[in-house]
Ligand binder design. Structure first.
Ligand code: NAD
Length: 351
């Protein structure tokens, strides 16, 4: 056994079909009385019903959460929280909505009770991101880690199949990189492997039958585990590439993760123990091509070109990704990273 450091983050998780009904109880546990409910405009209806269920415990609803937390929206939401005298935020949505709650918590210390509706995993991490002047700044702060999380698979039933698949692969990407992270440890590896297994089994069923509640439940369980490992172990080349592609080329978050993942895994194939765990979890003889085949089976876009990436921008992306790389098992170098991006651009199956 190699020496390691394990730094568990505090988390209270209430998991189960119908668990949303425990929200008032959970707010009481936090000692809060005036919750600001947050959502995107698209999920206003779900947020309205949460607000209605809270009755007098709801201070209001703010429905302008947007991808990558633009600073203007963060500041507006902070103002609304202050004006309404909110003493906590209830986030109903995916990473964008959780991210807005984190932006409020960062400057106000209002606790967050997260109700995730995608598989992105932000609710389990102390990582925040705010976009200002076209650049996304991220950081870690214990104040933004949600104080309680309610995982109710019922809320994921409306997540469209294509987004479910991409979001699930985004979660798998967290676990894959945790397995070969410079901060990996045996507990995180157990959770990462189990998270990949749960999602890889559930996602094909969800694609065929989006309202299959047991599969939705398994996927959310997997997403929870993948969120824990994202919050505990530093990420590597794959996440760096996705941050560059999302931040500088405006590619959609979950789909970008999904397309890049098999190629990043091929790049890091020398991390043999991680590869074996991935292969075991997805039931494939080779981690990189196995993940590629899973994504193909899920009907996901396979080429960065499909997301609007321009071939002429690949060199700039490779430069940005290699300038200040995250720690990675294999040395991060321009030429092979450019090759990786070319493969992801054209959707070539890793050989
Ligand atoms: P998202 O939150 O942007 O949601 C995508 C779309 O799906 C939105 O329109 C949303 O309203 C809709 N949606 C979400 N759940 C739904 C449901 N159940 N039914 C119907 N529609 C639903 O997507 P995401 O992938 O969850 O989050 C992406 C963002 O989260 C990115 O900005 C990413 O950087 C961030 N993120 C942060 C962390 C972290 O630890 N800080 C982790 C993962 C992702």
């Amino acid at each position: 056994m190699k020496p390691f450091v394990y730094n568990g983050l505090p988390a209270r998780v209430v998991f189960g079909t119908g668990a949303l009904s425990k929200l008032p109880e959970e707010l009481d546990r936090l000692g809060t009385k005036r919750a600001l409910v947050l959502s995107t405009p698209e999920q206003r209806e779900s947020a309205e019903s949460v607000k209605a269920a809270l009755g007098a415990r709801a201070a209001g609803l703010y429905d302008k959460a947007a991808m990558h937390v633009p600073i203007e929206i963060a500041e507006d939401a902070r103002r609304v929280a202050r004006e309404l005298g909110a003493d906590c935020c209830v986030t109903v949505g995916g990473g964008s909505t959780t991210g807005l709650g984190k932006a409020i918590a960062l400057t106000s210390t209002l606790p967050i009770l997260a109700v995730p509706t995608t598989y992105a995993g932000s609710e389990m991490t102390p990582i925040f991101g705010i976009t200002e002047g076209g650049a996304k700044k991220t950081g870690r702060d214990a104040r933004v880690l949600p104080r309680a999380v309610i995982y109710d698979p019922n809320l994921t039933l409306s997540l469209p199949p294509a987004l479910s698949a991409a979001s699930g692969m985004n979660a798998i990407a967290h676990a894959v990189e945790a397995l070969y992270s410079h901060e990996s440890n045996p507990i995180i590896s157990l959770m990462a492997e189990e998270g990949i297994r749960a999602l890889a089994n559930a996602l094909p069923t969800i694609k065929m039958s989006p309202s299959d509640l047991p599969a939705r439940s398994d996927a959310l369980y997997g997403a929870w585990l993948c969120g824990i490992v994202l919050g505990s172990a530093g990420m590597a080349l794959h996440h760096k590439l996705c941050h560059v592609l999302g931040g500088s080329f405006n590619l959609p978050h979950a789909e970008t993760h999904s397309i890049v993942l098999p190629h990043a895994v091929r790049y890091n194939q020398s991390a043999s123990e991680a590869m074996q765990r991935i292969e075991h979890a997805i039931g494939a003889a080779d981690a990189a091509s196995g993940l590629y085949d899973l994504e193909k089976k899920l009907g996901l876009p396979m080429r960065l070109a499909d997301l609007g990436m321009k071939e002429a921008d690949l060199e700039r992306a490779a430069r940005l990704a290699t300038e200040a790389p995250y720690p990675n098992p294999r040395k991060v170098e321009y030429a092979p990273v450019l090759e990786l991006l070319r493969d992801a651009y054209s959707g070539r199956r890793p050989s």
